[in-house]
Write a protein that binds this ligand. Structure first.
Ligand code: UDP
Ligand code: MG
Length: 340
């Protein structure tokens, strides 16, 4: 693991003529929802970072049903060297669906996922590309610090990542969000995963391939508020758990077995006490306790089962993950790019 001082990439050098093939070197996918306040500066910083690569790249914006003037803003964006592509979903489908739409449409030799609010600083892009060119097929960006987030959010996020990496059927690196680089090969595999319940941290980790972890400090949001409230986060956590592990089902079975064993031992004790010492059986309180305890375990197990059945129901409908409404592409305005 290595930490990179990203500020070294923060200025832009004079733009050189790109040494390119028709396929972009990198596609930066930026899903957004109502981010008009930050999009212009985001575009500027992403393009500055891409300029450091001196190659033709692609920036792919996905409008996830914004209600402000974000779409009007991004669909006008241009760049002399890089292709700017904007896709607009017909409504808000969620960041996971927006990222999936981006990965389906990306044409770069590698793909980077980035948040529009600049919490994941684009100035790391050259270092990520460098790690990819050195042989890593996935470059995961691990959060060292999370500036501008409350301790409750930091602690719950940390606990959730730990819990997920323990129960998941395959490893998910702790404290790595969506900010990462993936080779085209990895993206092609992810694009074949058909599930509608898209817990991206799990899906992105599922293909494996060679990995490198770089650490970074997550910046505070540039403007606006987070789109995730606690109910949404709990929903996401439940989706993650039920789509990437069947362990809760096993825990329900274990809880059932354990309570049965306890009930059996208690029955033996009560039976022996009554037969040998003639003790009267303790009445109402113990009965209530056992009924409540068993009722709780049963409801919990039914709930767990219900979560999995709910997922099956959603999957069985086979609805599309997202609906595209508009596609605006601007080719590089400065035509030095070879068109092979
Ligand atoms: N986002 C999105 N669709 C949504 C919610 C969020 O495309 O339904 C985008 C949002 O505009 C931002 C990124 O996903 O670019 C991360 O969202 P946010 O900053 O609200 O999440 P946080 O960083 O607080 O986890
Ligand atoms: Mg954010």
């Amino acid at each position: 693991m290595s930490a990179i001082p990203y500020r070294q990439y923060a200025h832009s050098e004079p733009v050189k003529k790109p040494v390119t093939k028709a396929q972009p070197l990198v596609t930066v996918i930026i899903p957004f929802l109502n981010e008009a306040d930050v999009l212009t500066i985001c575009h500027q910083r992403v393009c500055d970072a891409l300029d450091q690569l001196h190659q033709h790249c692609e920036v792919l914006y996905i409008d996830d049903g914004s209600q402000d003037n974000s779409w009007a803003l991004v669909s006008q964006l241009k760049h002399p060297l890089h292709q700017i592509r904007c896709l607009r979903l017909s409504r808000n489908f969620g960041k996971e669906a927006a990222m999936s739409a981006g990965m389906k449409s990306a044409s770069g030799r590698c793909v980077i996922l980035l948040d529009a609010d600049l919490q994941d600083p684009p100035e790391y892009i050259p270092a990520m590309v460098e790690a990819w060119q050195a042989g890593a097929q996935v470059v995961e960006m691990q959060r060292r610090e999370r500036h501008g987030e409350s301790w409750i959010k930091r602690t719950t996020a940390h606990c959730f990542y730990r819990f997920m990496s323990k129960i998941s059927d395959h490893p998910i690196t702790e404290n790595v969000g969506d900010f990462r680089l993936m080779d085209q090969k990895v993206v092609n595999v992810i694009n074949t995963l058909p599930e509608r319940t898209r817990f991206m941290k799990g899906l992105l980790a599922w293909p494996g391939f060679t990995r490198k972890i770089l650490t970074f400090d997550r910046d505070p949001r540039l403007a606006g508020d987070t789109k995730w409230n606690y109910p949404k986060l709990i929903h996401l956590a439940l989706e993650g758990i039920t789509s990437f592990s069947t362990k809760p089902l096993r825990w329900a079975t274990m809880a059932g077995l354990t309570t049965s064993a306890i009930a059996f031992v208690m029955a033996l004790v009560i039976f022996t006490k009554t037969i040998v010492w003639g003790d009267p059986v303790a009445g109402y309180p113990s009965t209530m306790l056992i009924i409540l305890f068993l009722g709780g375990i049963q409801l919990l197990s039914i709930g767990v089962l219900g979560e999995y059945i709910g997922r099956l129901f959603i999957e069985s409908k086979q609805r599309p993950l997202y609906v595209l409404m508009e596609d605006a592409t601007t080719k590089p305005t400065f035509h030095t790019v070879d068109s092979e």
